[in-house]
Ligand binder design. Structure first.
Ligand SMILES: [Zn+2]
Ligand SMILES: [Zn+2]
Length: 360
């Protein structure tokens, strides 16, 4: 018989879990493994709420396991390190993002692209090496192999920096990989949510001229004044779209609702790149013509490897980049999830875990 969640590991843990696909989160006592020789154990201080957390607790992708403890934008302070941990000591500030494991030997892993390892282990809802499931950062503490733990830069805020661990790297990585990180390039960002608003900040820091595309005209002022984007286009207005036809070097499309792709291809220069980082439920609809005329490229990108995630955090610290957040106590999490569903947040909820999670 399988051991209960409370006794499958020796260390007692406490968090907020969804018991079923209603997605309603409530307190749960569970357990975490003892600190292995390469493990770092840390007290969770802050954890961002990613849209993926909502998809997962509601089992919208059909891959969820319950109870589900989400959270993969986790920042904390080290409380214990294993005997063979090289890079961390008690008291260090650290982060854990979307990944806690990978095979460490495939071509992707050898190239610091653990995010594309076929055996990657996600921070929550994945079977770990010992056969037990992983649980995320809506909890009092975490334990992870040091390879998957990030060093937290000294001057990067812990709360507003936490969303960089998913939203940040998910947009930083494609800007870098697809060469959209050069001064003077014209870069578009589609969708002004958790990912989009951070994408604007990174693209600006790289020196790009940034155009925000949104279906919501009311976001114009926030985009231009708050986020310092250079231009704002209402993407459902054909006249406005025509005014920027053929002008952009690349676009980061963060929208996960089904939306038309052809108009976005039309605003790219020849050889321009449309990079998808949101995951709409329906397959894309596009004509070959829209790609052939101007040999345009449509591609995608997921998260980033550990080396690049560290580089992104260091870059963010250097350039003063954080997410715009609403800090909440953990007992607000169900309301927050409803508001995430309605896109009613500017732009990321971060849970003040250490100050609001009361251990049973
Ligand atoms: Zn995420
Ligand atoms: Zn691998």
């Amino acid at each position: 018989m399988a051991k209960s969640l409370e006794s499958e590991h020796p260390i007692k843990a406490y968090g907020y879990a969804a018991r079923d696909s209603s997605g309603v989160l409530s307190p749960l006592t569970f357990s975490r493994r003892a600190t292995g020789e390469k493990d770092v154990r840390f007290k969770v201080l802050y954890c961002g709420i990613c849209h993926t957390d909502l998809h997962f607790v509601k089992n919208e992708w059909g891959i969820s396991t319950f109870p589900a403890i989400p959270g993969h934008e986790i920042v904390g302070m080290v409380t214990e390190v294993g005997s063979k941990v090289d890079n961390f000591k008690v008291g260090d500030k650290v982060g854990v993002g979307c990944l806690v494991g990978s095979c460490r030997s495939c071509q992707s892993c050898a190239n610091d692209l653990e995010n594309y390892c076929p055996k990657q282990i996600l921070t929550y809802g994945s079977p770990y090496y010992d056969g037990t499931f992983t649980y995320g950062g809506y909890s009092d503490h975490m334990v992870a192999n040091e390879h998957f733990v990030l060093r937290w830069p000294e001057n990067l805020p812990l709360d507003s920096g936490s969303p960089l661990l998913c939203a940040g790297i998910t947009t930083y990585s494609p800007l870098r990989h697809f060469g959209l990180d050069k001064p003077g390039l014209k870069v578009g960002v589609v969708g002004l949510g958790g990912l989009g608003h951070v994408a604007v900040k990174f693209a600006k820091a790289f020196g790009a001229e940034v155009t925000v595309f949104s279906t919501t005209p009311a976001k114009k002022q926030e985009a231009l004044d708050g986020l310092k984007a250079d231009h704002f286009i209402v993407s459902k207005d054909p006249e406005q779209m025509k005014s920027v036809a053929g002008s952009l070097d690349g676009i980061i499309d963060t929208v996960s609702a089904t939306h038309p792709i052809a108009p976005l291809l039309s605003v790219l220069k020849p050889s321009g790149k449309l990079v998808l980082v949101g995951i709409p439920q329906k397959p894309l609809e596009l004509s070959a013509f829209s790609l052939i005329m101007g040999r345009k490229i449509i591609t995608g990108s997921a998260m980033g490897g550990m080396k690049e995630t560290q580089e992104m955090l260091d870059f963010a610290a250097e350039h003063g980049i954080t997410a715009d957040i609403e800090l909440i106590p953990i007992d607000y999490v169900n309301t927050a999830m409803e508001r995430v569903f309605k896109s009613d947040v500017r732009y990321r909820f971060v849970i003040d875990v250490a100050n609001s999670l009361k251990t049973a």
